[in-house]
Ligand binder design. Structure first.
Ligand code: A2H
Length: 253
């Protein structure tokens, strides 16, 4: 935890109807998983959302219509940033765990995949962001390895009740080119550094450092409204597009 506040873009990943039994209290609302990201310019390549299976989440009222699924900690922070129906007070309509969310179909802004699913990741922290992470395996080493683990290990899918069709059809979508690392930087770095799984913390930290640094300074957008532009230029433009179209809000902690 740094001393400086961290500014995240919260991506509103809409939960598609029909809602499961657990969600009866949410009928008639717009329900979103609120995913915290530092890389809004990569949202074209989303393949799924990640939750911590054992994590505790709630469905919090943001206003009369919108409900965000996230940790209570994030809901309290958001309430102090003017995002709660009752000022400065989070209200949860349903208490949930990650297990309740796995398998939900979502529609996420900018994503080329029109329907994506909620899947388990064991390294999601519940004391950072919202406890919901959107998966972009082209550009995030953590996301790439967690996806690789689930695809390679049927026993892992089985353990968490993950259906093959929620993950196997989803391929890496190139979003950014980095001269040194190509169009799938996360895959290249994980392969080069011989990273074995999502739990390989030290090597993943190094892979993240390199993709983040090089992606920001040398990366070029391959897709979207700002294809051909530098990542540095595109990042704030994509973020503003997301916010203006109602697909995201800013959040700091
Ligand atoms: B990033 P920082 Cl393409 N637990 O978004 C674990 N990881 C979390 C999290 C949580 N509770 N909340 C957010 N994150 C992830 C995109 C992305 C991200 C790309 C490349 C790198 C990258 C798609 N996933 O992050 O500790 C989110 O993943 C590299 C660090 O606040 C968020 O941005 O620096 C990032 O970690 C925030 O991490």
């Amino acid at each position: 935890e740094g001393v400086q506040p961290q500014e995240y873009t919260l991506i509103k990943m809409e939960v598609l109807a029909p809602f499961p039994q657990k969600f009866v209290a949410l009928e008639g609302r717009k329900v979103y998983l609120a995913a915290a990201t530092l890389r809004p310019e990569t949202m074209y390549g989303q393949t799924n959302a990640w939750v911590l299976p054992e994590g505790k989440y709630g469905a919090f009222e943001i206003n009369e219509n919108d409900v965000f699924i996230m940790t209570e900690r994030a809901a309290l922070n958001l309430a102090y940033q003017n995002f709660s129906r009752i000022p400065k007070k989070p209200t949860s309509l349903v208490e949930l765990t990650g297990y309740d969310l796995i398998g939900l179909p979502l529609h996420s802004p900018l994503a080329f995949n029109k329907v994506i699913y909620v899947l388990p990741m064991l390294t999601v922290l519940t004391d950072k962001g919202t406890g919901i992470v959107t998966c972009v395996p082209s550009d995030s080493p953590d996301d790439y390895m967690a996806m690789h683990d689930l695809k390679a290990k049927p026993a892992l899918r089985n353990k968490f009740g993950v259906k093959d069709e929620w993950i196997l059809p989803f391929e890496i979508i190139p979003v950014i080119n980095i001269p040194e690392f190509g169009d799938k930087p996360a895959e290249k770095l994980c392969t080069d550094l011989k990273i074995k799984s999502q739990n390989d913390k030290e090597k993943l930290a190094e892979a993240k450092r390199l993709t983040y640094l090089r992606g920001f300074t040398d990366g070029t957008m391959l897709v979207g409204e700002y294809a051909g532009r530098k990542v540095q230029e595109a990042k704030p433009l994509v973020r503003n597009t997301l916010i203006e179209s109602g697909g995201a809000i800013m959040y700091s902690e």
